[in-house]
Design a protein around this ligand. Structure first.
Ligand SMILES: Nc1ncnc2c1ncn2[C@@H]1O[C@H](COP(=O)(O)OP(=O)(O)OP(=O)(O)O)[C@@H](O)[C@H]1O
Ligand SMILES: [Mg+2]
Length: 435
């Protein structure tokens, strides 16, 4: 029997599984890892592209490979959060790679082809049928952009070599994977908060339901929003990191005719955003910042912004922000050292500051979760099981706020990394009738 596959193309991490009738098996996407960071690195001075951890190591972790003064591999183009381009005009406008404009559909195709190669290797055949996961909304409040995003992803999967392509909401996939261990039927809320989106589903799971062919009656409601861990990083960066680069400081006022102004804020927003940081590295930005720096009141801090842009260190800043956020999951305080900058600034970030900075996002996410309950026509107290999935449900504040909505529910948070990929493959088995 031919193999079918499920692909969880995530904003931050991707995974895949295959089956030819038996229990789905995760595909080793990078060495022996079941997941691969959704990241690419195009070196400038040699052909080829690196993926996943390898791309991250070259672009972020190992300065001797990707650093400013490196002779072997100069500063190439590193990319993360490519999924967020789907449905937006970035798909056709693109970004500069190796001196040429590369549109995001091509960049995502590189990644999808890489996943297909690994899937085919694991199956030992060319896999043609796939269920690809999708967030409930790629783009908020714009149904045509949302449909466009799915069409774009379908075309990319076709160009990568798949012939039969279906889609399933990511939280439903997580639910299907989870219910394998549920003997009794239960009303569940699935909460999937990843890097790019927060998705919810209210669904009946377990017992005999899991053997039913058509599950549409069991899915009571779905909701989602384009807010995820990338946005937590952005808010934390703007609140706690960007002041170290001069955000909020002044320039001008050297003569009584020269106004005193706050330094432009746009650069700080781009430097805090995984999807926009590459756009910072232009001569125009460098010149504008130099003009401002000349009159800056805090040359030490604002000078760091120039250094980051000139040396293309933005991803290192963002990576440090993300590490700080993750450290604050288990600790009340993080000590940050930005040792890739020439003056190695050091500062501390309290967990309460992270919580303050992301609080408006959590309020929005929790509102979207409540919408799901309302649309399902149930009361929160009817939910007996909460399935937590997605890396951002690790943030204690997120977990507390969302779990508090469902007072009568047992919380389950197992197999977070693999659940969506596995669930998509169960669905592929159903849809392509391999069982
Ligand atoms: N221990 C942790 N504490 C806080 N955040 C974490 C932790 N581990 C991972 N994250 C965050 O989880 C996010 C990635 O989660 P995940 O891999 O589920 O996303 P994804 O599936 O790629 O994204 P999406 O489903 O939104 O497309 C990142 O923002 C990462 O920083
Ligand atoms: Mg995900």
């Amino acid at each position: 029997m031919a193999f079918v596959a499920g692909i969880d193309f995530g904003t931050t991490n991707s995974s895949a599984a295959i089956s030819n009738g038996g229990t789905p098996k995760m595909v080793s996407l990078e060495q022996s890892f079941d997941t691969i960071p959704t990241a690419l690195y195009f070196p400038n001075n040699k052909p080829g592209v690196y993926y996943g951890r390898d791309a991250m190591a070259r672009a972020i972790d190992n300065e001797s490979i990707a650093g400013y003064n490196d002779k072997e591999e100069d500063n190439g183009r590193f990319m993360r959060s490519i999924k967020r381009a789907l449905g937006t005009n970035l798909m056709t406008s693109g970004t500069l790679v190796k001196g040429k404009m590369l549109t995001f559909d091509k960049i995502i195709l590189y990644f999808m082809r890489h996943l297909k190669e690994k899937i085919d290797m694991a199956a030992n055949e060319s896999v043609e049928s796939v269920v690809v996961g999708r967030p409930v909304h790629f783009v908020d409040n714009d149904l045509s952009a949302d449909q466009r995003a799915q069409d774009e992803l379908k075309k990319i999967a076709t160009d990568a070599g798949f012939k039969n392509i279906e889609f399933l909401y990511e939280p439903i996939a997580a639910a299907f994977a989870h219910e394998r261990t549920l003997n009794e039927e239960q009303l569940a809320a699935v909460i999937d908060i990843g890097g790019g989106t927060s998705d919810f589903t209210i669904i009946k799971l377990g017992g005999d339901l899991k053997n039913k062919f058509d599950r549409s009656d069991d899915i009571l409601a779905n909701s989602g929003t384009r807010i995820g861990g990338n946005d937590f990083d952005k808010n934390l960066a703007l609140a706690e990191f960007m002041p170290e680069f001069g955000k909020g400081t002044l320039y001008g006022g050297r003569t009584k005719y020269e106004p005193v102004l706050t330094v432009p804020v746009g650069h700080f927003h781009d430097l805090s955003d995984w999807g926009r940081v590459n756009l910072l590295y232009t001569y125009k930005n460098i010149n504008n910042i130099k003009k401002c720096l000349w009159q800056a009141h805090d040359k030490e801090r604002y000078g760091r912004l120039l250094e980051v842009i000139e040396k293309q260190l933005g991803h290192k800043v963002l990576s440090s922000v993300e590490k700080t956020k993750i450290h604050l999951t288990d600790n009340d305080m993080a000590h940050v050292v930005l040792d890739f900058l020439s003056d190695s600034p050091k500062f501390a970030v309290q967990r309460t500051k992270l919580e303050e900075s992301i609080s408006p996002l959590i309020t929005k996410i929790s509102g979207i979760a409540n919408d799901c309950v309302t649309m399902a026509g149930i009361k929160p107290s009817d939910v007996r099981l909460v399935v937590l999935t997605g890396g951002s449900t690790e943030v204690p504040y997120v977990r507390d706020v969302l779990c508090n909505l469902f007072q009568n529910a047992k919380i389950s948070a197992e197999n977070k990394l693999a659940s969506v990929g596995l669930g998509l493959t169960y669905d592929a088995m159903r849809k392509f009738k391999t069982r």
